[in-house]
Design a protein around this ligand. Structure first.
Ligand code: FAD
Length: 402
C-alpha cells in the first residue's frame, strides 16, 4: 500500500496543473498522479491542431454552457487570461496571441506545453504513475484507489479524469463512475464541439465545399444561437468552428439555417439577381449567382428554390424564382439528426452537477476531502481555448486548496 496526502486521478490538463499548484503551495504535501495511459497529457498534444490553443483574450462565462456555468465566473474572475498567462510564465512557458484572440505557446507546439507541465510536476516532487488501470475507488477513513498492480491511499482525492471525448486520446467515463459512487449527481456526458449530422439531399452536391456565412440554430422555428464563420460541407454532416460551437446546443429535430450572404439583405440580393438575369440573359440559369456564390453552391441554392432546370437560360427564370433563390441563399436549412459522437468530439457537455461543487475551491460539497476539476465538471466551453482555460484554472484552484 502506498500512502500519500493527495491522489489525483487523471494526468491531463487539469490534473497536471493541480499537482503542480499543490506542490508549489505546500512542498511537503505528498501528491500522486494516477494516469491510465502510458504517458500523461496525450490529449493535450492534439489540441489546437498540435499547437495547443490554451486560452483566449476574452474568457468569461458567456462562452460556456452547463450547470456550473454561473459559478464558473468566480473561477474565471480569480484565474482570468492574464493570471493564467502569468502562471504559465512562472512555469517557464512563453505564449503569444493570434489575430482572433487565441493564445498559443510562442513556439506553436503543444508538446512544449506538455513538457513544461511534466518537468514542473517532476521538479516540484509530485509522483506520476502511468499505465494504471483503476479497479476501484473507495472512501472510508481515507480514499483507497486500487489499480491492477497497486493500492494507493490518501486523505484527499482529486477527480481530474476528464470526459468521454476522444477515447483514443484518453477520453473515458471514469469520472462519472467514480463520482456517482461517491454520492454525486452526474449529468451524463454528451459529445460536443464536433461535426453536426444533418439530413439534406443537397449534401452530395456540396461535399468538400467551404463557405463563409452566418449559421443560426433554430428550435421550433425560433433562433437559439447564431455563429459566423466558415462552414464545411461533408457527406453527412456540417463542420467548421461555427458549427462546432453550435454543436454544444444542437439536438435532433433542430435546424441549422445558413445565411450565405450575411452582409447584404434579401432585398439587395434580389435586385442583384434581377440585374444578373439581364446581364447573363443568354447563359444557363446556374450563372445567376455569378460573382456572388461558388457555382456548385449556386446550383444547390437554385435547386432548393425549385429552379431545377439549369438547361434554360437566365432570361427564362421568372421573378418569383429569383425571389425564392434570394430567400434560399439567405436561409438554407439543414435538419439536424444528431452529432458525430465521442470519437470526433473535442469536448463533452455533462459532468458532476455544478451545485455540488464549491467554486471557490473546486471542493465537493457532498463528500469530505474530495475535489473535482476540468471536464469532469458540468461545464463545456466553445472553441477558442475556453476548455483548456477552465481545465487549467480549475486544476490550479483545486491544487491550491488541497
Ligand atoms: C482533438 C482535440 C483538440 C482540442 N483542442 C483544444 C484547444 O485547442 N483548446 C482548448 O481549449 N481545448 C481543446 N480541446 C479540449 C481540451 O483538450 C479538454 O477540454 C481538456 O484537455 C480537458 O482537460 P481535463 O484535464 O479535464 O481532461 P484531459 O486533458 O482529457 O485529462 C484527463 C486525463 O485523465 C485520464 N484518465 C481518464 N480516466 C482515467 C482513469 N480511470 N484512471 C486514470 N486516468 C484516467 C486520461 O487518460 C487523461 O490523461 C481539444 C480536445 C481534443 C480531443
Amino acid at each position: 500500500m502506498e500512502l500519500y496526502d493527495a491522489l489525483i486521478i487523471g494526468g491531463g490538463a487539469s490534473g497536471l496543473l493541480c499537482a503542480i499548484a499543490a506542490k508549489r503551495k505546500n512542498p511537503l504535501l505528498r501528491v500522486a498522479v494516477i494516469e491510465k495511459n502510458d504517458r500523461v497529457g496525450k490529449k493535450l498534444l492534439s489540441t489546437g491542431n498540435g499547437r495547443c490553443n490554451l486560452t483566449h483574450t476574452a474568457v468569461d462565462s458567456s462562452h460556456y454552457t452547463g450547470s456550473f456555468r454561473r459559478q464558473s465566473q468566480s473561477v474565471l474572475d480569480r484565474f482570468g487570461t492574464a493570471e493564467l498567462l502569468a502562471y504559465f510564465r512562472r512555469l517557464g512557458l512563453l505564449t503569444s496571441c493570434d489575430s482572433e484572440g487565441r493564445y498559443y505557446p510562442l513556439c506553436r507546439q503543444a508538446s512544449a506545453v506538455l513538457d513544461v507541465l511534466r518537468f514542473n510536476c517532476e521538479a516540484a516532487g509530485a509522483e506520476v504513475f502511468c499505465s494504471q488501470t483503476i479497479r476501484s475507488v473507495k472512501h472510508r477513513e481515507r480514499y483507497t484507489v486500487t489499480t491492477a498492480d497497486r493500492v494507493f491511499c490518501a486523505d484527499k482525492l482529486v477527480v481530474a479524469a476528464g470526459s468521454k471525448a476522444s477515447p483514443k486520446l484518453g477520453g473515458s467515463g471514469s469520472a462519472a463512475d467514480i463520482l456517482k459512487n461517491l454520492g454525486h449527481r452526474f449529468v451524463p456526458f454528451s459529445p460536443a464541439l464536433c461535426p453536426v449530422l444533418v439530413q439534406s439531399g443537397l449534401l452530395k452536391g456540396l461535399k468538400g465545399l467551404r463557405a463563409q456565412g452566418k449559421v443560426t440554430l433554430l428550435r421550433d422555428g425560433k433562433a437559439v444561437r447564431a455563429e459566423y464563420g466558415e462552414v464545411q460541407f461533408n457527406e453527412q454532416n456540417l463542420s467548421g468552428i461555427c458549427v462546432f460551437n453550435l454543436s454544444l446546443y444542437a439536438h435532433g429535430g433542430d435546424v441549422l439555417a445558413l445565411d450565405l450572404l450575411p452582409d447584404i439583405s434579401e432585398k439587395e440580393l434580389n435586385i442583384l439577381l434581377l440585374q444578373n438575369k439581364k446581364t447573363y440573359a443568354a447563359l444557363t440559369a446556374d450563372n445567376l449567382f455569378t460573382g456572388i456564390l461558388q457555382k456548385r453552391m449556386a446550383q444547390a441554392v437554385l435547386k432548393t428554390a425549385g429552379c431545377t432546370d439549369f438547361a434554360k437560360n437566365c432570361a427564362g427564370c421568372t421573378d418569383a424564382e429569383l425571389q425564392r433563390a434570394a430567400q434560399t441563399a439567405k436561409s438554407m436549412c439543414f435538419s439536424v439528426t444528431g452529432n458525430e459522437g465521442f470519437d470526433r468530439a473535442q469536448a463533452c457537455t455533462g459532468g458532476v452537477y455544478g451545485g455540488e461543487i464549491d467554486e471557490k475551491t473546486m471542493r465537493s460539497k457532498k463528500q469530505k476531502n474530495l475535489w473535482v476539476c476540468g471536464e469532469a465538471v458540468d461545464l463545456c466551453g466553445e472553441c477558442g481555448g475556453y476548455n483548456l482555460h477552465f481545465a487549467f484554472a480549475s486544476g490550479i484552484i483545486a491544487g491550491e486548496n488541497l
